[in-house]
Design a protein around this ligand. Structure first.
Ligand code: NAD
Ligand code: UGA
Length: 458
């Protein structure tokens, strides 16, 4: 088959690289309108940092994996077309701040309608509100083009930072299709792709609507666990209970389970917030305000957790951070990714800047330009003078030197093995550490002399 994927982002790139690796007989082409991104996929410095991705791309690229800006040409030759474009929260008009913005999806559908040929299978890979496949179908039908088609829903469940493991050994692959002979045949063609490496019993087939809704629901349930434990973290701080101990104690109940109970400065990433907001919007749309309020609280709790972290930091630093140097370790929304979308670090830094602190930021994978863009500030002013309230450091020890406090905002492994004695010696005293990820050995740091605040632990 000729497989085309529209959208060479965090999902399209890694997912198609894995399909190409596992299915050498299929030709897989990933297309994007973003020329820079495609050029990066064709270079040695991929646009997405993901452990294990480089090796897979190196093996398959040029063999049966291609990255191209020729969107129309690739669609015209394709038998199977994945749509993997972004579906951000709408920022304008009806549903602004909640509904998913489907303009990129609609553009793709219209582009497919214009140029596709033969018998094609259109696969929704992007995360979409339930019943989007109906709109895609109507656009394809309405164009009177020279092709026949089926629309499948095949949401992606990979998490960034572990994308290649998740793709290689998924808990499940979900394929939703129309329950007609033609729909079942199309679903089977996609099952056959995944069956190259995924055990058959892990490939679930459902109707299209269940598949679309399951994706939003899975993210809502995962985010809800983080907000639940974060809610308890606030109570722990008030009562001298330790949230890490509470999480361990409840996680050993097999009905609750140990995963996704790590208390933190808040969840980030491009999907949890937008997908829950989308779910909230759908519930409101279908006249279910109580259900909408129930899920919205997951977001409210997450916002509270981020601002609570800054308030506690300021309070501890004698109620002022004005003109103080705060070292920020980690800017990505989680470890092992260069993605900063909705990273809690953005909110924490903005609040600290609002309090007139100077933030010195170190992250091993995020580029300085990205950090300035996320914080809505320029690296230099009109006269070329450097921004002295935001300094991006290449060296973690330089970031901490003469700082009043260090805040850990991403759980990069390297932070656990830093020379903390050296950091202490070079900081102002009292030397404060705010461990927004609970990754450090607080007892060992206290022995050195640090004053340590974790999340949900005193
Ligand atoms: P992304 O922003 O990294 O990539 C999307 C790409 O689509 C961009 O490069 C953009 O230029 C391209 N694009 C947009 N419109 C286009 C068009 N008309 N033609 C060609 N290219 C076009 O987004 P992402 O993180 O890869 O997410 C994609 C989808 O997958 C979203 O719906 C998201 O919710 C879902 N998802 C993401 C993750 C994740 O971990 N990032 C996991 C599961 C599902
Ligand atoms: C999440 C889901 O885990 C994926 O299954 C899904 O495919 C994806 O969203 C998506 O649809 O985009 P991702 O956002 O990449 O994946 O990363 P997660 O590992 O889920 O982490 C999300 C955020 O929650 C991070 O900021 C992380 O630090 C935080 N988190 C996670 C916690 O604070 N505590 C935890 O116990 C787990």
């Amino acid at each position: 088959m000729n497989i085309c994927c529209i959208g060479a982002g965090y999902v399209g790139g890694p997912t198609m690289a894995m399909i190409a690796l596992k299915c050498p007989e299929h030709r897989v082409t990933v297309v994007d309108i973003n020329e820079k991104r495609i050029a990066a996929w064709n270079s040695d410095e991929l646009p997405v940092y993901e452990p294990g991705l480089d090796d897979v791309v190196r093996e398959a690229r040029g063999r049966n994996l291609f990255f191209s800006t020729d969107v129309n040409g690739t669609i015209a030759e394709a038998d199977m077309i994945f749509i993997s474009v972004n579906t951000p929260t709408k920022t304008y008009g009806v549903g602004a701040g909640r509904a998913a913005d489907l303009k990129f999806i609609e553009k793709c559908a219209r582009q497919i309608a214009d140029v596709a040929k033969g018998n094609i299978i259109v696969v929704e890979k992007s995360t979409l509100p339930v019943r989007t496949a109906e709109s895609v179908r109507r656009i394809l039908e309405g164009c009177g083009g020279e092709f026949t088609f089926q629309v499948l829903s095949n949401p992606e469940f990979l998490a960034e930072g572990t994308a290649m493991e998740d793709l290689n050994e998924p808990d499940r692959v979900l394929i939703g299709g129309e329950q007609t002979p033609e729909g079942e045949e199309a679903a089977q063609a996609l099952v056959d792709v995944y069956a190259h490496w995924v055990p058959r019993e892990r490939i679930l087939t459902t109707n299209v609507w269940s598949s679309e809704l399951s994706k939003l629901t899975a993210n809502a349930f995962l985010a809800q666990r983080v907000s639940s434990i974060n809610a308890i973290s606030a109570l722990c701080e008030a009562t001298e209970a330790d949230v890490e101990e509470v999480a361990r104690a409840i996680g050993t109940d097999s009905r609750i389970g140990p995963k996704f109970l790590k208390s933190s400065v808040g969840f980030g990433g491009s999907c949890f917030q937008k997908d829950i907001l989308n779910l909230v919007y759908l519930c409101q749309h279908f006249g279910l305000p109580e259900v909408a309020d129930y899920w919205e609280q997951v977001i409210v709790m997450n916002d509270y957790q981020k601002s609570r972290f800054v308030r506690r930091l300021v309070r501890t630093l004698f109620n002022t951070v004005s003109d103080k140097k705060i070292a920020i370790l980690g800017f990505a929304f989680k470890k092992d990714t260069n993605d900063t979308r909705e990273s809690p670090a953005i909110y924490v830094c903005r609040d600290l800047l609002e309090e007139q602190a100077n933030v010195h930021i170190y992250d091993p994978k995020v580029k300085p330009a990205q950090i300035f863009a996320d914080l809505g500030q320029a690296a230099t002013d009109a006269d070329g003078k450097a921004n002295d309230s935001i300094i991006i450091e290449e060296d973690v020890y330089a970031a901490c030197k003469d700082a009043h406090a260090v805040a850990i905002l991403t759980e990069w492994d390297q932070f656990k093995t830093l020379d903390w004695q050296r950091i202490y010696d070079n900081m102002l005293k009292p030397a404060f550490v705010f461990d927004g990820r609970n990754i450090l050995d607080a007892a060992a740091l206290r022995k050195i002399g640090f004053e340590v605040s974790g999340i949900g632990r005193v």
